[in-house]
Design a protein around this ligand. Sequence first.
Ligand code: GRG
Length: 299
Amino acid sequence: MDFNKEYNKKLELINNSLVKYLPELDNHIKILLESMKYSVLSGGKRLRPIMLLASCELCDGNIYDALPFACSIEYIHNYSLIHDDLPAMDNDDYRRGKLTNHKVYGEGMAILAGDALLNHSFEIMINDILNSLNDYDKTKLKIKAFNEIALASGFKGIIGGQVADIISEGKKVSKETLDFIHKHKTGALFLAAIRAGAILSNASNDILEDLSTFAKNIGLAFQIVDDILDICGDEKLIGKKTKSDIINKKATYPLLWGLDNSYKKVTQLHNECIEILMNYKDKSDFFIHLSNYLLNRSY
Ligand code: GRG
């Protein structure tokens, strides 16, 4: 398979849909849409929506039906990045090679743009569900997918991860706490994206279980690679300042157990991912390539 071509095809579909689903706003509050657009349309790998579509495809679903959910998860991801960059959180000046939202629009507007993106994503999913009410089976699957994304966005997901992260700053944390942070802060949206794609395609419980294990492994491996890049990555390629984990006294795999052990952990998780994907030989090519790309990336 031509992975780059396939990735770019999905990326273009997502990018076009993200523009399509952005709201029309009253002239009085146009600035809010500008601030939302500034972050959403500032690049980004679109991993979560691409994974949602790929999971849908692996389970023989229709990716066009899944687009409202794919875009919603990307809006939620962008909301979390805007809030994470705020002075009260990580206090970052750059994201995706551009000034962070609050540096351009001010803290108040950045908070509101994040809030608006979160709420807008729920509106998009609910509208899609309302449009399918005449098809009970389809509606049931959509509500289940919606539930996955709602859980991952709340305190059982990224907010819980962020809380554990904040209260662990500057402290010596156990492996259990670090795993909790990663599982929720990064893993939750990966898991929700992959499960939602499978659920929308009416996947069997066995496939859902396999894909969930794959999602948990790839999520953790992705985060460890991210933490390695924060230590030895190239700021120009990454698009933001490195060494922020050291400055913010964050608990990360490489800072607690060293780079060598972190690379070993990534390799182990990667092998486990490929082992699962090999069970779906003809259908898992994209995910196999995506796993290789994610874990060997330099940004
Ligand atoms: C609810 C405020 C709030 C935060 C939740 C998800 C999260 C916690 C914060 C986001 C910041 C962060 C460092 C999350 C860890 C996951 C991660 C490495 C995000 C970056 O994801 P990429 O690489 O980003 O997919 P792009 O720019 O490609 O979209």
